[in-house]
Design a protein around this ligand. Structure first.
Ligand SMILES: CCCCCCCCCCCCCCCCCC(=O)NCCO
Length: 572
């Protein structure tokens, strides 16, 4: 017996030794690559600065002060040239990058593309496309020919995309000029923004806090006024959470509203959790103008990707004068949001009521079950795909907690969940979420289908056009918090599970009285609540958004509601 025990221990020891020695070698090699990539970025920033500095600072300040519609208009009239627009945003993006570390690469050829567009515009026969010359920032994972899409994995550095995705091709055709790529969390499955290749991107309002993720570089850049519009991706809140954390506006449309051919994914092959790309901008108006033009010309995408239905921009849904029926909630029953987030919903409700809309309570059913279904379907292989990639890479410390969770075998999680349920019931729910087998996975898919039917049935019964609710559970926390509170995505991931269109509009900032309420009334019943409460203390002044959602192909109703809230708040 002793002999077998010794043999087993020797076997485990040998495996462990081999594993750590191998990891050490991998990490040493990757450290060199990462350093080289960062050195390249530093040179790339200097080259960009040299180009940006060619523009007269007065002219730059003028152009930099224009909003999206004003810039678009001046470019159309020819009172601003494409080269001036690109150089202005090169300059502004460098400033935002120096503050937040948002950019992973400046696209130097943007300057040359701008020159070519300006040349074309000199020909009398040339018809300017609708977004002629507008600079566009891109989340690093989007496929742009000639540029890396590492998703924060060092192993994928220096492997540039060989083609533009259809979406990128379309944006170029509409006149937009991609001018930089922005940072993401390693693997994209997190709502912070840090990776071993490019480091941590910070919140433009407070560098000790995260800009959100996974489209965090976009949030930091746009919130820091370094870009006028950008594209993110969202499988659980990655467009909406950074918007909420950085005071910007954005929307994740339902999956079928864009072509996905030639694009990438955080985890390929998870059919029931729908991801999509989506615009992020300084205001809702810019999102509307962008999507009006993209969907107005959606045949470009449908012709190249037959899986993208030719659903055109629905102006009558956006501009309708018929008053809306809105369902709202301030607590989803899974995770109570901090006071500022609840106040933002109640204030938005008032704005909508003042505009004549009907706003009634709505209770999303069984969020505890939804969270289990979401995690089961998003990590449909128990996290194996991402884990395999992570084990071949330098693992980002700020997501280490969730990586550790992935490393515990599913059956061990299940057994441990029983004692855990006695002291931390919500954690036990997640520990029972990763799938054991395909039988369970099929069951989860069937449950998601049934839940979708139930949810839209409830909306139809009350004749609701849109849902108004919090964008998250808290304002921007410190960089390590998202990985410790993965369950905090309930407000956004619900609308991926439902495949609704869902957007976030900035509404307010955290006030002193929100903080007092937080200290006196916010629950501390488990570790997640305690962590959220602690992270929210000191967040006075941080931006707070609200979320608006509607069933697929009704994104125009979402945008209309967001715009009405924006108009009531800003007056413009
Ligand atoms: C104890 C068991 C816990 C099981 C789960 C542990 C890890 C969960 C990791 C999944 C986290 C998902 C968060 C989603 C954040 C937003 C991601 C996003 O939208 N990315 C965009 C990709 O295009």
């Amino acid at each position: 017996m002793l002999f077998y025990v010794v043999l087993l221990l020797l076997g485990v020891g040998a495996y462990y030794y081999h594993f750590t020695a191998n990891r050490k070698k991998i990490i040493e090699r990757l450290e060199v690559v990462a350093q080289r990539r960062r050195d390249d970025l530093a040179k790339n920033v200097e080259e960009t600065r040299r180009i940006a500095d060619k523009l007269d600072p007065k002219r730059r300040d003028y152009i930099g002060g224009l909003d999206f519609l004003q810039l678009q208009n001046e470019l159309q009239k020819g009172t601003v040239t494409c080269v001036e627009a690109v150089r202005t945003y090169f300059h502004k993006a460098i400033l935002a990058h120096e503050k937040t570390n948002a950019v992973t690469c400046f696209i130097l050829e943007a300057d040359q593309q701008a020159e070519e567009l300006d040349e074309k515009a000199k020909q009398a026969s040339y018809v300017k496309p609708p977004m002629f010359g507008v600079p566009l920032s891109l989340k690093e994972c989007l496929k742009l020919k000639g540029y890396d899409t590492t998703r924060g994995f060092v192993q994928d550095a220096y492997r540039p995309a060989t083609e533009d995705s259809i979406q990128i091709e379309h944006y170029k055709k509409l006149g937009l000029i991609p001018f930089c790529q922005t940072n993401v969390p390693q693997s994209l499955l997190s709502y912070n923004c840090s990776n071993p290749l490019f480091g941590t991107t910070t919140n433009p309002f407070d560098s000790t806090r995260t800009c959100g993720g996974s489209s965090g570089g976009e949030g930091a850049l746009i919130g820091g006024r370094g870009s006028i519009i950008g594209i993110g991706t969202d499988v659980g809140g990655s467009v909406r959470i950074p918007c909420h954390f950085t005071g910007t506006a954005g929307i994740k449309p339902s999956k079928m509203r864009f072509a996905h051919r030639g694009g990438g994914a955080s985890v390929p092959g998870k059919p029931m959790i729908d991801a999509n790309d989506g615009p992020m901008a300084q205001d809702v108006k810019a999102n509307v103008e962008f999507l009006r033009n993209v969907w107005g010309d959606i045949d470009f995408q449908s012709d190249r990707d037959p899986y993208c239905p030719p659903v055109h921009w629905n102006e009558s849904l956006y501009s309708s004068e018929k008053k809306l029926r809105v369902g709202y909630y301030i607590d989803d029953g899974w995770f109570t949001p901090t006071p500022a987030l609840q106040r933002a919903v109640l204030e938005s409700k008032k704005h909508l009521e003042n505009a004549g809309h009907t706003v009634i309570p709505f209770y999303p059913p069984r969020l505890t079950k939804v969270m289990q279904l979401y995690f089961r379907a998003v990590c449909l292989d128990g996290g194996q795909y991402v884990l395999n990639k992570l084990l071949k890479d330098i693992i980002e410390p700020t997501i280490r907690f969730q990586v550790t969770l992935w490393m515990v075998p599913t059956w061990v999680q299940r057994i441990l969940s029983y004692p855990v349920s006695l002291v931390f019931p919500r954690m036990a729910v997640l520990m029972q979420s990763l799938t054991r087998d395909t039988f369970e996975l099929r069951e989860a898919y069937a449950d998601i289908e049934a839940y979708r039917e139930e949810y839209v049935g409830m909306m139809m019964k009350d004749d609701l056009d849109v849902i108004l609710c919090p964008a998250s559970v808290m304002p921007a926390p410190q960089h390590d918090i998202p990985s410790k509170v993965v369950s905090g995505v309930s407000y956004t991931c619900l609308y991926n599970l439902l495949d609704f269109g869902a957007g976030v509009v900035p509404v307010t900032t955290v006030s002193k009285s929100d903080e007092e309420k937080l200290i006196n009334e916010y629950p501390e019943t488990d570790k997640w609540y305690q962590t959220v409460k602690k992270a929210t203390i000191g967040a006075i002044g941080m931006p707070i958004g609200v979320q608006v959602a509607a069933p697929p192909f009704r994104e125009e109703a979402v945008l209309r509601t967001m715009r009405e809230i924006e108009l009531a708040i800003t007056g413009k």
